[in-house]
Design a protein around this ligand. Structure first.
Ligand SMILES: *[C@@H]1O[C@H](CO)[C@@H](O)[C@H](O)[C@H]1NC(C)=O
Ligand SMILES: *[C@@H]1O[C@H](CO)[C@@H](O)[C@H](O)[C@H]1NC(C)=O
Ligand SMILES: *[C@@H]1O[C@H](CO)[C@@H](O)[C@H](O)[C@H]1NC(C)=O
Ligand SMILES: *[C@@H]1O[C@H](CO)[C@@H](O)[C@H](O)[C@H]1NC(C)=O
Ligand SMILES: *[C@@H]1O[C@H](CO)[C@@H](O)[C@H](O)[C@H]1NC(C)=O
Ligand SMILES: *[C@@H]1O[C@H](CO)[C@@H](O)[C@H](O)[C@H]1NC(C)=O
Ligand SMILES: *[C@@H]1O[C@H](CO)[C@@H](O)[C@H](O)[C@H]1NC(C)=O
Ligand SMILES: *[C@@H]1O[C@H](CO)[C@@H](O)[C@H](O)[C@H]1NC(C)=O
Length: 626
């Protein structure tokens, strides 16, 4: 059912709320929310994008707008006696200047996030890479969402006592406000291993055997189990939790909410159990509804003429004001609440004091992570290989080491596209928020050095056995397809964000490019009808030559462009992949270990390298930048 839309391809109003510099949304045909007895709004992998997307029409709404939106839907639920719960499944930090640009990081975002009343919230892996950020969760987010933050398999060494304690309660049982639906909820994280040593992630396998879990799932006085977590919905972790609960609750509905792989997806486990994953970066607000639930403590029957059995419905909302107004039945005057406006103002003030709009340069065209193939001249990786890395490392290579070098980076180090137009302080964090530096091994025989990338990209015959089947250093969006333990055949490729050709429907109508999701329930999940965008996988790693010329026609062969091969090179890499680089070298007969490595361009990160290049090459100070 598609709403007719009258303002064709017109920009939808002027600045209505959002951030002042956000682009207005474009009117588009919409599917309505399948409202039900119990409704959920789900966010995941926000990565600091509380200000919304300033360069994309489709995702311009901010956290303040989300606060207003939730208020209107709560009012609707209260008016008709249904229920609404809000869920967030972690990775709220890292990936946007609003979080990353402050010192300490997150100075503003903790206080902004807490303005939304989230009913079920948990940690992602990003909250755990650094001691500081997990302690931020423990000291601030957990108390701010007191009783709603759950940590079923996550402990922390208390900064006060040094004692190992659960980060938050393991589970909770509660009744919904209007229907009195009795819910048992768990908040998980996948089997993550690269956390700082002040936290302990217990494997899901161990956790489901724990006595407290086994006791909890045997509770008969519940109407619904909600398992939410920073876990891909097609993962061995959720599969195991599903099987474990089903083995003792053969008939109780189970609703899963997941995240981590940055995709829109919906999985049907059985007739009474489904899972929703709601994308990334505040592009998507996931909507889920369940009707036909029993309610032990029922106050109001829903719907009044209830006859049908249990049913589940999902919708992926594009996070812009056109969608949010439509789904809440409000207009630009009635939509923003005072509370929502306050939150938007607060985000604006934080952005201003962090100088996130400060322009480093002007991007002459877009550069894409997955929207064009690797090696395309608009691929962000090709740009890094051919321009940024050789240019920036050549300068320091000459002064520091006066050597030829091969530099290898993992593609997962790049998180987001670059759009034509201003390249700001904020952009640097969107593209690469990571604080990993560069390191290197000196005097590596070229014969070996030139084969390292090939191994990291699974091009070598014996590689899987030494690297592990699941070595994945590529962006999370494409990892999703590889960890689908239950349905390995089908990839659930979703597109990245906007841009690309419009589709003309005749009668002057056209669709803007955007998400065209296919999931277990079909292809009608997206609220906005879009023209599709292509998605191309990229390799785990890319490499650039510094101080000499080398090409690689395909991933397995290095082609020298100079007359002679260098005898040896410095092998430079992003710190994050050191263990794999050393493993690859060992496999190639080069017995290096940690003590043979040293920092390279100390103090630099991929972020500063890109920023310096942009300042030198795209600087158009004073000129306009469309
Ligand atoms: C860690 O947190 C402390 C206290 O908030 C702060 O002083 C410090 O700068 C933070 N460190 C980093 C690396 O953000
Ligand atoms: C959030 O947590 C911080 C630190 O414990 C506290 O100062 C603040 O008052 C809390 N805010 C709310 C709304 O609970
Ligand atoms: C974590 O590692 C640091 C140094 O790397 C060490 O001093 C500390 O004792 C370790 N903490 C725990 C809880 O193991
Ligand atoms: C909004 O901010 C104003 C000014 O700071 C404050 O007086 C008011 O209480 C806030 N309202 C809400 C609903 O947060
Ligand atoms: C990319 O290549 C196409 C043709 O191969 C060319 O027309 C275009 O100008 C190139 N774009 C850039 C940014 O180099
Ligand atoms: C690499 O090739 C470029 C031209 O494509 C040439 O100007 C440069 O001298 C070459 N560099 C080396 C180190 O051979
Ligand atoms: C890669 O290039 C080499 C040499 O140019 C060639 O022998 C090989 O077949 C190519 N591999 C693929 C997969 O195209
Ligand atoms: C690293 O290798 C050197 C020899 O190259 C050896 O002396 C040293 O003990 C090794 N260190 C580790 C941590 O294995």
């Amino acid at each position: 059912m598609v709403e007719r839309f009258l303002v064709l391809s017109a920009l939808f109003g002027a600045s209505l709320c959002s951030q002042p510099s956000a682009l207005p949304p474009i009117a588009a045909p919409l599917r309505n929310l399948p409202w039900g007895q119990l409704n959920f709004l789900h966010t995941t992998d926000i990565h600091g994008w509380l200000g919304g997307h300033l360069q994309e029409h489709a995702y311009g709404a901010d956290w303040g707008d989300y606060v207003s939106f939730a208020k209107h839907l709560h009012d609707k639920a209260d008016a008709e006696g249904s229920d609404l719960l809000l869920v967030d499944t972690g990775d709220r930090i890292e990936g946007n200047g609003l979080y990353d640009a402050s010192d300490p990081k997150g100075e503003y975002t903790f206080d902004i996030v807490k303005e939304q009343n989230i009913d079920l919230i948990c940690s992602g892996n990003h909250e755990l890479y650094k001691k500081n950020s997990s302690e931020g969760e423990y000291k601030q987010t957990v108390p701010n969402f007191s009783g709603n933050y759950l940590a079923s398999n996550l402990d922390i060494y208390s900064p006060e006592t040094g004692e190992l304690v659960p980060l938050a309660p393991r589970y909770k049982k509660f009744k919904t406000k209007n229907q009195g639906i009795r819910i048992l909820a768990f908040g998980f994280i996948f089997d993550f291993k690269d956390n700082a040593n002040n936290t302990v992630v217990r494997t899901v396998e161990d956790t489901v055997k724990a006595e407290w879990f086994q006791d909890a799932i045997r509770d008969r006085d519940i109407d619904l189990v909600v398992v939410f977590g920073h876990v891909a919905i097609r993962s061995k972790e959720f599969s195991l939790i599903y099987k474990t609960i089903r083995s003792v609750q053969w008939d109780t509905p189970i609703q899963f909410f997941g995240g981590h792989t940055h995709i829109r997806d919906y999985k049907v486990y059985d007739g009474k159990s489904v899972a929703l994953e709601s994308g990334r970066y505040m592009e998507t607000i996931g909507f889920m509804s369940i009707s036909g639930l029993s309610s032990g403590g029922s106050k109001i029957r829903y719907p009044v003429s209830q006859t049908a059995g249990l049913s589940f419905s999902r919708r992926y909302i594009d996070n812009n004001l056109f969608s949010l107004h439509h789904h809440s039945g409000k207009d630009s005057d009635s939509f923003p609440t005072e509370h929502g406006r306050n939150v938007s103002r607060r985000i604006h003030a934080a952005r201003k004091s962090l100088k996130l709009d400060m322009r480093h340069g002007c991007a002459p065209h877009g550069l894409w992570v997955n929207r064009v193939p690797y090696r395309h001249n608009l691929s962000i990786f090709t740009w890094l290989e051919n321009h940024v890395l050789p240019d920036q490392l050549r300068q320091s290579s000459a002064t520091e080491n006066s050597e030829k070098a091969i530099v290898i980076m993992n593609t997962g180090a790049v998180r987001f596209d670059i759009f034509q137009g201003p390249f700001t302080k904020d952009t640097t964090y969107l593209v690469s928020p990571f604080t990993s530096g560069l390191r290197f091994v000196r005097n590596v025989p070229f014969e070996a050095a030139k084969q390292v990338m090939k191994l990291l990209n699974h091009e070598g015959p014996i590689l899987d056995s030494i690297m592990g089947q699941n070595l994945v250093l590529a962006p999370p969006e494409q990892v999703a397809g590889r960890t689908d333990f239950d349905a390995p055949a089908e990839k659930h490729w979703l597109s990245a964000s906007v841009l690309g050709p419009q589709i003309h429907l005749g009668d002057g109508q056209s669709l803007t490019p955007g998400y065209t999701t296919k999931d277990d329930a079909g292809d009608d999940g997206d609220d906005t009808l879009h023209a599709p965008i292509s998605f191309y996988n990229v390799p785990n790693c890319i490499q650039a030559a510094v101080g000499f010329n080398m090409s690689h026609g395909n991933l397995s062969e290095v082609i020298m462009l100079d007359a002679e091969e260098p005898e040896s090179v410095s092998l430079v890499y992003i710190d994050f992949i050191e263990s794999w680089v050393l493993l690859a070298l060992q496999y190639l007969g080069q017995k290096y270990n940690d003590s043979d490595t040293a920092p390279y361009m100390e103090g630099s990160t991929l972020t500063t390298i890109i920023t310096d290049w942009v300042k030198e090459n795209w600087n158009v100070r004073g000129e306009s930048c469309p």
